[in-house]
Write a protein that binds this ligand. Structure first.
Ligand code: NAP
Length: 291
């Protein structure tokens, strides 16, 4: 890495940011693509978000990622917001264009990229979303956008599942239904059998509670064909283990994490990362995470 006065500065704002893998990914892209950019993290204390954005703009920072807890609040500081981010109500990427800060949601684009990489197409599919928090909303919007036929949502707090189902219903043609978590845990009925793709979007099963899974001993594991967990630590969750033991294809949140970075780096630099570089960096990232 050869930093000079011309080096493009990119970074991550959030709190905490110390354990982020984004510097590893973005600096690897810079090196592999021969782009003169450097990516680092900026811890932003509670109440300082507005100052941080203003400062980033004044300092001519070319692109930023935004993480917990600012993915929603940061929308208010953008000059423009991409329609996908607007529908999701959250964003994770700032792109500087003509001196304007434009907000994008590359989490949703990243999940889409990860599914494409795995050969999974959502068009005409009936899907189950477990969880109804911020990540679930991004998944639901992405599924609706990608032409899913039916989106079923289940959550510990049923009201939130219902609210998310209505939110999607009001904006998209797709059929939506909120399901009681106990019913899903029982896993019986023809509707459950038809939900071939499942997205696990809760924090249940995340390290250190790696033996937990939100569906417990559900019969649903007999029906699911593609089980996507948004959790990336551990790289293989109990949810993924149970689904693959029954023959499903299990996909880790690591892919989503990687491809959200791909989409952000492409936006910041107005490039399309070639497949050879994409695959080489994907392998390096997965190897690093497996260590
Ligand atoms: P969030 O808004 O706080 O939502 C958390 C969800 O988990 C809610 O549905 C919550 O249910 C449920 N939940 C939490 N504890 C539970 C428990 N003990 N039993 C059952 N349900 C429980 O969080 P988020 O931003 O959506 O993030 C959720 C997960 O997605 C995290 O693990 C995060 O790391 C992951 N994620 C991954 C990526 C990626 O790039 N791979 C990107 C974004 C997020 P209630 O509504 O009942 O509280």
């Amino acid at each position: 890495m050869n930093i000079s006065g011309k080096t493009k500065l990119l970074g991550l704002i959030g709190n905490p940011v110390e354990h982020s893998f984004s510097p590893f990914i973005h600096n690897m892209f810079a090196q592999e693509l021969g782009i003169d950019s450097v990516y680092t993290t900026f811890k932003v204390e509670n109440g300082e978000l507005g100052n941080a954005i203003k400062g980033a703009k004044a300092l001519n920072i070319q692109g930023m990622n935004v993480t917990v807890p600012y993915k929603m609040d940061v929308l208010a500081y953008m000059d423009e917001v991409d329609s996908l981010a607007e529908h999701i109500g959250a964003m994770n990427t700032i792109v500087r264009r003509d001196n304007k800060f434009i907000g994008y949601n590359t989490d949703a684009l990243g999940l889409k990229g990860s599914l494409e990489h795995e050969g999974v197409n959502l068009k005409g599919e009936s899907v189950l979303i477990i969880g109804a928090g911020g990540a679930a909303r991004a998944v639901a919007v992405m599924c609706a956008d990608a032409g899913a036929k039916l989106i079923a949502i289940t959550n510990r707090t049923m009201e939130k599942a219902e609210a998310l189902a209505s939110y999607i219903d009001e904006r998209y043609e797709v059929e939506t239904v909120a399901l009681d978590l106990e019913l899903v845990r029982a896993g019986e009925g023809s509707l459950m059998e038809s939900l071939k793709i499942a997205f696990q979007t809760t924090s249940v099963g995340m390290s250190p509670n790696i033996d937990a899974d939100p569906l417990e001993d559900s019969h649903y594991y007999d029906y699911v064909k593609v089980a996507v967990d948004l959790i990336y630590n551990p790289t293989t969750t109990k949810f993924m283990e149970k689904a693959s033991a029954k023959g499903a294809k299990a996909i880790s949140g690591l892919g989503m994490l990687y491809f959200q970075a791909v989409k952000a780096y492409e936006l910041w630099n107005d490039v399309v990362i070639p497949e050879t570089v994409l695959n080489k960096c994907y392998k390096a990232f997965f190897e690093k995470m497996a260590r």
